[in-house]
Design a protein around this ligand. Structure first.
Ligand code: UDP
Ligand code: MN
Length: 298
């Protein structure tokens, strides 16, 4: 089958969380990368085994989300309520909400073993700056309490909600999300930063996949490296008066080109309903909210 390679089988057997694997269960899609990381699609992992393995390790999993300005009222409640239904159910979870208005964070009933912490951030003036400032804030948080209390962390956009189980099968040292709009595109056509002066630049012959900054994760140590790299790149660009095409996402893509992710999530894990029906998308885990930029951006 097209998607399966021997190194994938080896890395799948080594993978603690995916709960052994049936990469051949989805012969119509790519289920491993050229460097042997699993690309997990619905049906290629056993969620019950993943749950058991994670439970035995008594893990705490962090979930960070930023809700600044109008994004708070518009998206945060649904994001958190749906996470209670679907995100790492049965594990210890700590949510970190970053906002400029802690008092406005909605009260959400949390299940056992689940906590919510709110951290104040300053509100940047431009939405691009809010988005880019996340890398530096996350880096600091991972070096502080979040890093001490969580083993693995997912960092997500708030303008989406969970629609199906997003469990420990997604855990690995570093985890990248295939971008729903771009996973079928040829590499040279992907919307990477192309200005060679930018720290995020990739040439036409570089790049593996286009990853979505709305979902990335990994161990605390790996995420410290990722956020440090992106913060440095963003600062370097700013000093030159540059802003990469897709802001922090461009730098994230550069990082994952240089430091390959240990696990890749199929577009089923973060799907845009506006794309319409695709036969390979079985059970979307997260659904993007419709883009209502006029309402939430200045
Ligand atoms: N964000 C925010 N307030 C803003 C801009 C961005 O809270 O004014 C956060 C929010 O979590 C959002 C993320 O940054 O989901 C990325 O921005 P956005 O979702 O607008 O970017 P897109 O997904 O459209 O690229
Ligand atoms: Mn978004």
């Amino acid at each position: 089958p097209m998607g399966v390679c021997p190194s994938a089988i080896m890395s799948l057997l080594r993978d603690n969380f995916t709960g052994v694997l049936h990469p051949w269960a989805r012969p119509e899609v790519l289920t491993c990368t050229s460097w042997g990381a699993p690309i997990i699609w619905d049906g290629t992992f056993n969620p019950d085994i993943a749950q058991q393995v994670a439970g035995q390790q008594n893990l705490t999993i962090g979930l960070t989300v930023f809700a600044v300005g109008r994004y708070l009222e518009k998206y945060l409640a649904r994001f958190l309520e749906s996470a209670e239904q679907h995100f790492m159910v049965g594990q210890h979870v700590v949510y970190y909400v970053f906002t400029e208005r802690p008092a406005a964070v909605p009260q959400v009933a949390l299940g056992r073993g689940r906590r919510l912490r709110v951290e104040r951030v300053v509100q940047e003036r431009r939405w691009q700056d809010v988005s880019m400032a996340r890398m530096r804030t996350l880096h600091a948080a991972l070096g502080g309490r979040l890093g001490r209390e969580a083993h693995f962390v997912f960092c997500m956009d708030v303008d989406q909600h969970f629609s199906n189980a997003f469990g420990p099968e997604t855990l690995a040292d570093s985890v990248a999300q295939l971008h729903a709009w771009h996973y079928r595109w040829p590499r040279w056509f992907l919307p990477y930063e192309r200005d060679v002066r930018s720290a995020a630049a990739l040439s036409r012959s570089e790049g593996d996949f286009y990853y979505h900054a709305a979902v990335f994760g990994g161990s605390v140590a790996a995420l410290r490296r990722l956020t440090a790299h992106c913060t440095r790149g963003l600062q370097r660009d700013r000093a030159l008066g540059l802003e990469a095409r897709w802001h922090d996402e461009s730098h994230l893509n550069k990082f994952f080109w240089l430091h390959k992710p240990a696990k890749v999530l199929s577009p089923e894990f973060c799907w845009s309903p506006e794309i319409g029906w695709r036969p390979e998308v079985h059970r979307p885990r997260l659904l993007w909210a419709p883009k209502e930029y006029a309402l939430v951006r200045d």
